[in-house]
Design a protein around this ligand. Structure first.
Ligand code: FAD
Length: 459
């Protein structure tokens, strides 16, 4: 039987290890920490909201262990503000198949237990290059799933595919509880606030390792903007206080709801920067042996489009299927390259393009879609053209092949609008723009929120 090694026990490594185990291979998983250490000593790598397509694979692997308990994010409440404190445009789109963000520490802990229970071999050790040589010598394929930095540097950066050379946002994240809220978590959307010149702030319903249903909050600051206030925060409490001041100053409509929020646990926070990077899939060890990667180790995303963990699941599925299809033929450098190219063309590049579209700011085609959906409220019984377009927009998070082209191409955007509405796209876009302007006037005169803005519990 073929032996495969996976280095790393985060989202991507564990999904890949479980997939290979299920396909009948002998799998060795190397982790620098135990499940207990994940739970008690680690920070989560990110929020890691997963959408339908990535969740389907977890379901298939019998790893969707929290589906009865975790908040199944029903949609996205997207609020575009042209300046702090002033909503300009709202989208309330439903997510087909929902989404889920499980605390990665709980997830790794439970998936490690399952891995051993199902017959995988777990090794607790921090792998270095010398050890990687031994591991690669003993296995038919070695997959590095160690996340960004460290061993990922064994894979050269693909300069052609990596568009950015520097981070595009300063990131801060915190897990919070004690919001002023008695609403049913099963009916809440994520909240995605966009200030084109400043950055993004995203609230996600979250399943925390100790307290269960709660929230995750993260911010994507453009340098020097009103969101850029976390750089010198050194503790979770400091990050929390900065988030409170951010909400009070920039998103005041959330202040009453959030003003008493507390950290969910002392380790549940992050600050830092990520340069979106695509690496070449063949790593050469000093001996000449080759290894490959899965997840952030090979494709690191800025979290703006919630793609990193989703892409990791898709890559893991692709690798497993490719290994199976390869039969007994060697899993060599040429195979690794063509296997990854195939993945990149089919899933990696669309995810990267979607993410980059958001980093650059929604282009005119995407703006046309946003105008045409104006009036969506996220309700299940809303069958209007606006609601259908809002829902289409949100499908792209799960499968960026779906709409990224339409977000970037006015003709394609108009086609989507016409298909969903049965009307001329131009007239719907114009109608949306007029309604947005009318609501702006109303907002300024009466301080009455634009349509759909406060409607955040969806039947
Ligand atoms: C603020 C933020 C929000 C995010 N939100 C989303 C989102 O909503 N949706 C989404 O899809 N993605 C999101 N992401 C990205 C997502 O969290 C990551 O893509 C994903 O968690 C990466 O998983 P991974 O397994 O590749 O790497 P990691 O989670 O980094 O896991 C790698 C693990 O390998 C182990 N390891 C490392 N080195 C070694 C070694 N030498 N030997 C042995 N073991 C080792 C460590 O235990 C390490 O934790 C977000 C990221 C951030 C920062």
């Amino acid at each position: 039987m073929r032996r495969i090694a996976v280095i790393g026990s985060g989202q991507a490594g564990l999904i890949n290890a479980h997939g290979l185990l299920k396909a009948g291979y002998e799998v060795d998983l190397y982790s620098d920490r135990t499940g207990k250490q994940w739970m008690e000593e680690s920070k989560p790598t990110g929020t890691a909201v997963r959408f339908a397509m990535a969740l389907e694979y977890e379901e298939e692997l019998g790893l969707n262990l929290w589906k009865e308990d975790a908040p199944p994010t029903v949609g996205v409440n997207f609020v575009l503000c042209m300046q702090p404190g002033t909503p300009f445009l709202v989208l309330n789109g439903r997510l087909t198949g929902g989404a889920m963000a499980i605390d990665l520490r709980l997830q790794s802990c439970r998936w490690l237990e399952e891995f051993e229970r199902r017959g995988g071999k777990l090794h607790i050790e921090k792998v270095d290059v010398a050890r990687l040589e031994q591991i690669a010598a003993e296995h038919d394929l070695t997959i590095v799933a160690s996340g960004k930095g460290g061993l990922s540097e064994l894979f050269p950066i693909d300069e052609k595919r990596s568009i950015y050379k520097t981070p595009q946002r300063y990131l801060s994240m915190v897990n919070v509880t004690n919001l002023n809220d008695t609403r049913d978590y099963r009916r809440l959307p994520a909240r995605y606030y966009e200030l084109p010149k400043a950055g993004e702030t995203i609230w996600t319903p979250y399943f925390h390792k100790d307290i269960g249903p709660s929230w995750n909050l993260f911010s994507e600051a453009r340098p020097g903007s009103p969101l850029d206030r976390f750089r010198d925060a050194k503790t979770g409490e400091e990050v929390l206080e900065r988030f409170k001041s951010l909400i009070r100053d920039v998103y005041p409509w959330d202040w009453e709801w959030a003003k008493n929020m507390r950290l969910s646990d002392p380790n549940g926070w992050l600050t830092g920067e990520i340069t979106p990077t695509i690496r070449k899939p063949v790593g050469k060890l000093p001996s000449g042996r080759v290894i490959t990667f899965v997840g952030d180790a090979g494709m690191a995303f800025d979290p703006i489009g919630a793609q990193g963990a989703n892409n990791g699941n898709k890559m893991a599925r692709h690798i497993t299927q490719a290994v199976v299809s390869r039969g007994d033929a060697p899993l060599d450098a040429a195979w690794i390259e063509s296997m990854f190219d195939e993945f990149y063309e089919s899933h990696g590049q669309p995810a990267y393009w979607f993410n980059n579209t958001l980093l650059e700011g929604i282009p005119p085609a995407g703006q046309a879609l946003l105008a045409a959906q104006y009036g969506s409220d996220g309700r299940l019984d809303n069958h209007s053209a606006a609601q259908k377009i809002a829902n289409e927009f949100c499908k792209n998070f799960s499968d960026p092949r779906y709409m990224t082209h339409a977000l970037n191409d006015v003709g394609a955007a108009h086609k989507v609008i016409a298909q969903q509405s049965g009307k001329s796209a131009g007239s719907l876009v114009m109608k949306g723009k007029m309604a947005i302007l009318a609501n702006q006037v109303r907002w300024r005169l009466t301080n009455h929120a634009p349509f759909g803005f406060q409607n955040q519990v969806w039947e």
